[in-house]
Design a protein around this ligand. Structure first.
Ligand SMILES: NC(=O)c1ccc[n+]([C@@H]2O[C@H](COP(=O)([O-])OP(=O)(O)OC[C@H]3O[C@@H](n4cnc5c(N)ncnc54)[C@H](OP(=O)(O)O)[C@@H]3O)[C@@H](O)[C@H]2O)c1
Length: 215
């Protein structure tokens, strides 16, 4: 068995790099065509069961996760009957390590992985759209504004975020990241996580140090 792992360790890096060099341009082309198609063919969800979960405030780490998973379990038979949809609100903190939000981020990461795995299990019968917002101007973010001042947080308006999520659901997107520039931070986080760690530490811990209770 160890021999097999050694062979895979040797084979997979060149195979993956060749795959990215040769196949990735085609993949992007397919994504572009599919994006244009989805924009034209906006899905009408009338008559279907649509479960929207995680939309209430991040009211507690346990509820963040179990509140969404239990309700999904009981909704699945109804969703199957009507070929319905699940829309789940997670957070960019599930991917980006935001200081002072470790337990909240862990619950959102659990939610993200749960629904990503469920999507593989129940697709194509039930479609799952995962919304990944960050810094939206709601009551939840006012605490940050109070801490750092109104200019500190680059927050997006609730209406812009809601419209983007609504359009994304109609287009049958698998992920909706809002504001969409956050996707580029995800890419940097995947390729060179140390840079994201350093920048976040600098902004939130060193710059924001006087605002945190550290004991
Ligand atoms: N805001 C952000 O920057 C941000 C970023 C990433 C992810 N999210 C996620 O987006 C979702 C919505 O967050 P939000 O920013 O819209 O939060 P919010 O403005 O604080 O709250 C949204 C709604 O949650 C309901 N709510 C609050 N406490 C509740 C409770 N104990 N039981 C039941 N409902 C309760 C309230 O409904 P009523 O008005 O009816 O009381 C409120 O309108 C959360 O899952 C959050 O984790 C938000």
């Amino acid at each position: 068995m160890d021999k097999l792992h050694n062979i895979l360790n040797l084979l997979l890096p060149p195979l993956t790099i060749s795959f990215l060099v040769f196949f990735y341009p085609f993949y992007l082309l397919i994504k572009l065509v599919s994006c244009l198609y989805k924009n034209i063919r906006f899905e009408n969800v009338a008559g279907k069961v649509v479960l929207i979960t995680g939309a209430s405030s991040g009211i507690g780490e346990d509820i963040n996760f179990w509140g969404s998973t239990y309700i999904t379990y009981f909704a699945i038979p109804h969703l199957r009957k009507s070929k319905g949809k699940i829309v789940v609100i997670t957070s960019a903190t599930a991917i980006i390590p935001l200081p002072s939000a470790s337990v909240y981020s862990a619950s959102k990461a659990a939610l993200l992985k749960f629904f990503e795995t469920l999507r593989v299990e129940i697709s194509p019968c039930i479609k799952i759209t995962i919304a990944i917002p960050e810094f939206i101007s709601t009551d939840m973010t006012t605490q940050f504004k109070e801490m750092y001042g109104s200019d500190f947080i680059l927050s997006e308006s609730v209406s812009k975020c809601a419209k983007a999520i609504f359009r994304g659901i109609g287009r049958g997107e698998t992920y909706i990241v809002e504001p969409s520039w956050i996707k580029w931070i995800f890419l940097i986080q995947n390729v060179c996580p140390e840079i994201v760690d350093y920048v976040l530490n600098y902004i939130f811990v060193r710059y924001g140090k006087p605002y945190f209770k550290r004991d």
